[in-house]
Structures are given as structure tokens and as C-alpha cells.
Design a protein around this ligand. Structure first.
Ligand SMILES: [Zn+2]
Length: 206
């Protein structure tokens, strides 16, 4: 599935907005991805996850990325995506979540020693949460062998220093700025926060 076909799914479900936005990371951007909306239509989620699985298979540096035992994503954003990727791979899918601000594994989830994990995010902006997830997985005796995301807007592989390959279904050079550098703020526009406005209580989006 090429980028325009992926974006067709996003647009059709209202999951891609264009304007001036403040992301959950605090950065400003012209494009906002609300993956929860595109994933709320299971036929789209299934098609995107199958395409992602193809992308994992076809990336030679990710030869080991499909040889995993488990798919893990951080709540809330990546819960549905991890589930769909797990289904496409025929593997177990679980999630980490925050309790009192710290990322952790709850609900009886655990790993066998040395279990091989594919870490997935919905939208990758800085990779900050994902790094906390990696630490949790390793504390529990498993090993992260590859990372993946639906949309990579970080402009790089944020896990390169950890030696982890990254597969993105789409890579967008959607520009982001700090508020001080943002040209839209400089011209007097105020950013929208679509996650908090339209999906109160759910959060996510980037
Ligand atoms: Zn701005």
C-alpha cells in the first residue's frame, strides 16, 4: 500500500487534519494525525495492519522483525494498532500503560525470558514514550528486536542509537516546530489542540 492509499484511509475517516496544531509533545505542526479515528473502522485497521506486515517482510534490514513472539504498544494510542499488527502476524499483542506517570505492565501481562518483541507506535513523533516502553520490556526479561509505526513523522529512526530497525507504514516529512520557531505562531495564528478538543478523555493523536 503506497502513501497515497494510506492517506486515503486517513482522509476518509477524518483522521488527517490540515491547519495549525499543537501536538501532545508540545511541538507545533501543519498536519495532525488522529489514528484512533482511522483505527475505529476495523476494515481500515485490518487493511493497514496487513500492509504494515508486508512492509515488515519486505524490509531486508528487518529480516528478524517478523520473527517475533509478541507485539507491544503503549496505551492508549497504540493498543488497537498493536492488536491489529498482532493479528496480521499471528502473534500475541499486549500493551503497557502509565500508572502514576510511570510506564508499566499491568493486567497480568508478562513475558517469557528472552521473548522477542516488536514494539509498535501509532504515530511516532519523538519516540520518547516508546523508549520508556523498551525499558519496561527489558525489565521484564524480554528483548525488543524491532520497532514499527503507522506514521513516522519524526524525520528519522529515533531508535538507531539502540540498534533497532524501524518500519513505518508511511513516513511523512510533516514539519514540526517548537512554539518559538513556529512560523504560524509568528504570523499571529493560534494552534488548535485537536486531541483535547475533539477526543476529550481519549487523548492521543500527533
Ligand atoms: Zn504554532
Amino acid at each position: 500500500m503506497d502513501t497515497s492509499a494510506v492517506f486515503d484511509h486517513f482522509r476518509a475517516s477524518g483522521a488527517m487534519l490540515e491547519g495549525h496544531f499543537e501536538l501532545s509533545s508540545g511541538l507545533h505542526a501543519e498536519r495532525y494525525f488522529q489514528c484512533a479515528l482511522v483505527l475505529s473502522e476495523p476494515w481500515r485497521a485490518e487493511a493497514l495492519a496487513e500492509a504494515f506486515e508486508q512492509a515488515l517482510q519486505s524490509t531486508s534490514e528487518n529480516a528478524n522483525a517478523t520473527a517475533v513472539d509478541c507485539v507491544v504498544g503503549p496505551a492508549m494510542g497504540a493498543v488497537v494498532w498493536a492488536q491489529e499488527v498482532g493479528r496480521a502476524l499471528g502473534k500475541r499483542a499486549i500493551f503497557t500503560e502509565r500508572k502514576d506517570g510511570s510506564m508499566c505492565l499491568r493486567r497480568g501481562f508478562s513475558f517469557r525470558p528472552g521473548e522477542r518483541v516488536l514494539l509498535v507506535e501509532d504515530v511516532l513523533t519523538t519516540g520518547g514514550s516508546a523508549r520508556e516502553v523498551i525499558a519496561v520490556i527489558e525489565e521484564h526479561g524480554a528483548e525488543v528486536v524491532a520497532c514499527g509505526c503507522l506514521v513516522n513523522r519524526s524525520g528519522k529512526n529515533p531508535f538507531e542509537d539502540l540498534g533497532l530497525p524501524l518500519t513505518a507504514l508511511v513516513t511523512v516529512d510533516a514539519l514540526t516546530w517548537t512554539p518559538l520557531e513556529c512560523p504560524h505562531c509568528a504570523s499571529g495564528s493560534k494552534p488548535e489542540k485537536p486531541g483535547s478538543r475533539a477526543q476529550a478523555g481519549i487523548g492521543g493523536g500527533a
